[in-house]
Design a binder for this molecule. Sequence first.
Ligand code: HXC
Length: 516
Amino acid sequence: MNKERKILELKEKQELAKMGGGQKQIDKQHQKGKLTARERISLLLDENSFEELDMFRVSNNEANSAETAHMYGDGIVTGYGTIHGRLVFVYSFDFTVFGGSLSQVVAEKVVKIQQMAAKVGAPIVGINDSGGARIQEGVDSLAGYTSIFLNNVLYSGVIPQISAVVGPAAGGAVYSPALTDFIFMVRSTSFMFLTGPKIVKAVNHEDVTADELGGADVHASRSGITHFTYDDEQTLFAGIRTLMKYLPQNNTEEPPVIPNDDPVDRIEPDLNYIVPDNANKPYDMKEVILKVLDNGEFVEVQEAFAPNVVIGFGELNGRVVGVVANQPKHLAGVLDCNASSKAARFIRTCDCFNIPLITFEDVPGFMPGTVQEFNGIIKHGAKMLYAYAEATVPKITVITRKAYGGAFCVMNSKHLRGDISYAWPSAEIAVMGPEGASQIIYAKEVQDAENPEEKLQEKIQEYRDKFANPYVAAGKGIIDEVIEPKVTRYKLIKALEMLQNKRDTNPPKKHGNIPL
Ligand code: HXC
């Protein structure tokens, strides 16, 4: 064969590989409202940046090699490219080949990419659309899954790992995404469940659709499994690209600094009036966040899950920060099981990727009651304590209003190695709220009074004046400074600059034992 013929042969093979399971399967995929593995990669990566590896791998399983001999790539497309000019590795399940099911070869391709990503210290994005273990390959497929899980765990906290679930993820296919840092799902075409509706019906006698069991909205609002939800794949991949701006390449680097022209000393007069005079009235903490961050840009994570705590990314003077904030608009910003574990996980994500934490605090305490206690609020609250305590990134708190009791301790207090604690003049920092405290410490006085209700109100006011303010804590150095709300942005940027070279460590150990 002459050289031209050989090159032609290569090109033919490349074209064949790009067709995956063939035009009929590609059409089917489109009819379902889904994109192909390669279309997805081109939406994710910078234009023409994709470099494919293992394009010609074929299934080596005797049971199906005849069928798959022409299917180069065997159910997955893998390689690397760039997002915003920065290196990223990618694997994208090809549903047109055996429903994107995981064969031994598919697993080997994923493992190779995972190892390369870890070796060169670059993020990895997995695009999942798969019928699970390739049934024809039996135990080889299970072994393959397990090798992928192992790498997910070994590289957790080393390189950012991101999962897009853009089709089914059933059985074992759920656990690789579950072990990664962020999960993205798309409404109506992506599903995640361990056992599908048919098995649920057989075992539990429950009638449930795939969407009700494991659709994007269910995982966004009820289980908290997914971090971002979109209406279509185009916006989903744009969402991943946006998130990547906030992440470093690996745990030894800092996130990129992207200069912008939002003035460091921008004053926000409205913040002086945002906290209502009535301590029981809500306000929207997201307004505070948006006014403080650069250009009012905030990428909220897990927006629909436990909205009583708000988490997400933004920038201050071009530097990436992770925001954790109580939300008085939902359940008065109380900490319950879901809010605590949501915040704890995010704090650890930020800490492992060198992202400073900014905490906005207005929290009446932990949610009381049997539902919370039976669900382990002690354990979930402890997760948050643990996460804040072990975090060594710069940690700054702004107390806008309530900081009561255990919730005060948990929300990045100075004694958990919080670096700087600011309080607004509206802050109320005490062991408990004035109403509860007065009923306990003035019980006898109130009971003996001619008009007990009047006396109680008098005592509540007395307590409020005496303790429910920031000055007792500031007098003890537990608060570093009481600041005018309108200058919060400037104060945070200055504190972040001061903390830029912060070095803090934890005692040497194999690993801690976070309450799970
Ligand atoms: C081999 C598979 C397959 C699989 C689908 N296909 N899943 N081939 N192994 N696991 C094939 C189908 O036979 C079909 O081939 C093509 O892929 C497309 O599938 P359809 O069923 O036509 O697509 P759709 O209607 O969209 O349904 C998708 C699906 C369904 C919901 C994923 O295919 C399905 O339920 N598949 C099985 C899911 C499952 O039980 N997986 C094993 C889980 S156990 P043709 O040639 O007809 O086009 C597991 C254990 C791992 O994963 C544990 C590790 C810890």
